[in-house]
Design a protein around this ligand. Structure first.
Ligand code: SF4
Length: 357
């Protein structure tokens, strides 16, 4: 029995040991499986989650920015493209009301007042007689050429009495650089004699009196009145007429009709300075043959935008501008003039300089 018991006991122990082994193996397997499942499940999502979140954060941040940028650019481009051409079409299809023209004229005037804050008459003069003579000489030539000519002229004939008594040939010779010198000499002799004989040697202060002088029309009269007497008036010269027609403020080509139509659009107090600003703009940016539309500060208000160069870089090269370093028209500009004075007449340097002093 003891042997049998002992054998049974041994078998029983062997069975238990086997069962215990199986159980341990099973537990280890389960543990490995559990471990194997947890690790990939926890780590990759953690790794993936971060990039996904980062990507998700970047995309919305990038896309709206791009959209916003595009949205910002598009209206700006549209606005630039629309502004001038849109008005061109409008002006061409239906007549602009007088009120709208007046409003546009005032806006043009105020824009130009900012750009050409130093606008002034571009003829050199010390008194009303010199301004009258210089204005007569400015027909068919530049103010610069007149300014280069008048120092010697005024040194020789400072008063109406002196000029009225001048030798015609000597007078002609002095004003030769301005062109049409025979006709202009005749006018100067005539108007000087009239001032001496009819106005006591003084320049009269009304349009009606001024236009009775030889060689003096309304344009000359208004230049003298506006700049020597402080009486408001428009100066309808070639620049002024061209620009107000480009701005579609008038279609008139006759100077008197232009003057009357523009008079009606602006307050009287602005007439003289509007003339100067417009003439400044015509000389510097809105040229006769090739206006620099791409560099024009009033392009938005101009129905003729596109008549000239619209490329900003090419347009800049067309500017004839003291702010770009070019000399002005006057040898003796006003104190607030920001540019360089004009040079004297090259061939007459010594005489002109001596005469001016
Ligand atoms: S330069 Fe061009 S846009 Fe400017 S006023 Fe002249 S025509 Fe108009």
């Amino acid at each position: 029995m003891a042997t049998e018991d002992s054998a049974v006991s041994e078998r029983e122990e062997a069975r238990r040991a086997k069962t215990a082994k199986k159980s341990t193996a099973a537990k280890k397997t389960t543990a490995r499986e559990g471990s194997a499942k947890k690790t990939p499940a926890a780590q990759p999502p953690a790794k993936k989650a971060a990039p996904k979140k980062a990507t998700a954060a970047k995309v919305p941040a990038t896309k709206p920015t791009a959209k916003k940028a595009a949205a910002k650019k598009t209206p700006a481009k549209k606005a630039t493209a629309k502004k001038a051409p849109a008005k061109k079409g409008t002006a061409g299809t239906k007549p602009e009301s007088q009120a709208s023209k007046a409003s546009r004229a005032e806006r043009i005037n105020s824009e130009l007042a900012e750009v050409y804050y130093y606008a002034h008459p571009e003829l050199d003069f010390e008194n009303s007689f010199e301004l009258l003579v210089a204005t007569v000489l400015s027909a068919q030539t530049t103010d610069l050429r007149v300014n280069q000519t008048t120092p010697a002229l005024f040194a020789a004939y400072p008063t109406p009495e002196d000029m009225a008594a001048a030798n015609p040939e000597e007078l002609e010779e002095l004003i030769r650089p301005t062109g049409f010198f025979r006709a202009k000499a005749k006018s100067l002799l005539g108007l000087s004699a009239a001032l001496r004989d009819s106005f006591g040697g003084e320049v009269p202060g009304t349009v009606d009196e001024l236009v009775t002088l030889p060689g003096v029309g309304r344009k000359t009269a208004f230049v003298v009145l506006g700049n020597a007497f402080g009486v408001p008036g428009l100066t309808v010269d070639t620049h002024f007429g061209r620009l107000v027609r480009r701005w579609k403020l008038t279609e008139q080509t006759d100077a008197v009709k232009v003057e009357k139509e523009i008079d009606a659009l602006l307050p009287k107090s602005e007439w003289t300075m509007f003339s100067h600003r417009t003439i400044f703009h015509g000389r510097r940016i809105c040229h006769s043959r090739r206006p620099a539309c791409g560099a024009c500060p009033i392009a938005e208000l101009c129905p003729s935008y596109g008549e000239g160069e619209t490329d900003p870089e090419k347009a800049k090269k067309l500017l004839k501008y003291e702010m770009g370093g070019q000399p002005g028209q006057r040898l003796k500009p006003p104190a607030d003039y920001p540019g360089q004075p004009a040079p004297p007449l090259p061939s007459r340097d010594p005489a002109a300089t001596g005469a001016a002093q």
